[in-house]
Design a protein around this ligand. Structure first.
Ligand code: TXA
Ligand code: MG
Length: 368
């Protein structure tokens, strides 16, 4: 299959869709309406879209991603009117959260209506719905005239894609088109919240934080078991996708966490030296401040045989989120056999960052 690339030059340059951009989006929308697959930008990560009401399109999405078909897809809409036909009820909490955070980086679970095929929901009686805020995503969905099912636009098991080049890496030749809208703003997938029960439950942390949801609903949000630790065979996460070892770079990774940055740096250096003794090439993912400290502690001796990827400082959570998946993807381009990464606080957006990092590390965590 020849994958068409539509680059939204005007949007990338100015942040606004131009007439030319809209023409390209109209072509891409026609592909979706005709049953094809289109990767497109959203404010969280890129999505791999298909007609959410078509079982055949869902099957194509699973095939293109190499994803198990029991893992349900998120259905994307471009107006509140599109919600009603997809769901059999709107819980009160969902209405409140929608009023506050839609369009935006939040997905909610609803009991599904008859028009959503089982193929889209992996056989579940519920459907996950998101109304993204990205103008290109909105225009695309509106022009397609159908709700758009879209998982993250990566091959199954790889980190989500936050730029079109990542989508090309993973999906070239496997989808009909890729829309290049520049970098994803947020860089982490949407928050998934289930408000169908008596208390709201967080299934996946994201940029709409647990704290923000608690404040809006005046209720305590519980976290699904998949967020709290490695899952035993007997525990089933509510979001089926959370059971997979996602976001994983090819090399094994260890996460070092702790409030005291000096102690974290010391431990990271200890780990580097240990791997060095074993003759293993290591890579480091850490904040600029931590890297500085490691350099000082080691007398600059780690440079020549360590792959170094520094990301934003700990306080700059948004920047950290923005760079995380790219830094994990970059690791696969290197010859590093082992990755040592710094963790951050789990407050606010940090909860989402750490969730992705813990999964990338397969829960190998050293707390200092
Ligand atoms: O930011 C995002 O959410 C991106 C963009 C493209 O919108 N999409 C995304 O989709 O991350 P995906 O498929 O990579 O992750 C969707 C997650 C999976 O863990 C899946 O199991 C869960 O949502 N999910 C989907 N439908 C569900 C449902 N009905 N009940 C519980 N979990 C569901
Ligand atoms: Mg995904």
């Amino acid at each position: 299959m020849n994958t068409k690339i539509y680059r939204l030059d005007g949007y990338i340059r100015t942040g606004k869709l131009t007439t030319e951009d809209l023409e390209k989006l109209a072509e891409a929308a026609a592909i979706l309406a005709g049953g094809g697959l289109v990767a497109f930008p959203t404010e969280t990560v890129y999505g791999l879209g298909g007609n959410a009401l078509s079982p055949e399109a869902a099957a194509k999405i699973y095939a293109a991603k190499g994803r198990p078909s029991d893992n349900p897809l998120i259905v994307h809409i471009a107006s509140m009117e599109e919600l009603e036909p997809l769901v059999s009820a709107v819980p009160e909490g969902a209405a409140r959260l929608a009023a506050r955070y839609w369009p935006g980086p939040m997905t909610m679970i609803f009991p599904k209506s008859g028009i959503v095929p089982d193929e889209t929901t992996g056989g579940l009686s519920t459907v996950a719905v998101r109304y993204p805020s990205h103008p290109a995503a909105n225009a695309l969905i509106r022009m397609a005239g159908v709700p758009v099912a879209a998982p993250s636009a990566n091959r199954s098991g790889r980190p989500s894609t936050t730029k079109a080049a990542h989508c090309v890496e993973d999906l070239d030749g496997r989808v009909d088109a890729i829309i290049d809208g520049g970098d994803s703003d947020i860089g982490l997938e949407s928050t998934i919240i289930d408000v169908t029960g008596t208390h709201p439950q967080l299934l996946r942390p994201g940029a709409v934080t647990l704290e923000m949801i608690e404040e809006t609903l005046h209720d305590k949000v519980t976290e699904d078991a998949a967020l709290l630790g490695p899952l035993g065979a007997e525990v089933r996460p509510k979001a089926p996708g959370m059971k997979y070892r996602h976001y994983a770079p090819k090399a094994p990774m260890i996460l070092v966490t702790g409030e005291d940055e000096n102690r974290v740096a010391e431990e990271m250096l200890r780990q580097i030296l240990k791997k060095k003794e074993e003759g293993r090439k290591t890579a480091l993912i850490c904040s600029g401040a931590c890297l500085e400290r490691i350099r000082q502690l080691s007398g600059n001796s780690i440079e020549e045989d360590t792959v170094i990827r520094s990301i934003a400082d700990r306080e700059a959570q948004e920047q950290w989120a923005h760079e995380l998946f790219e830094s994990l993807r970059e690791m696969d381009e290197t010859d590093a056999e082992f990755i040592i990464a710094e963790g951050c606080s789990e407050q606010q957006l940090g909860r989402a960052i750490m969730n992705r990092m813990k999964k990338a590390a397969a829960w190998q965590i050293i707390e200092v």
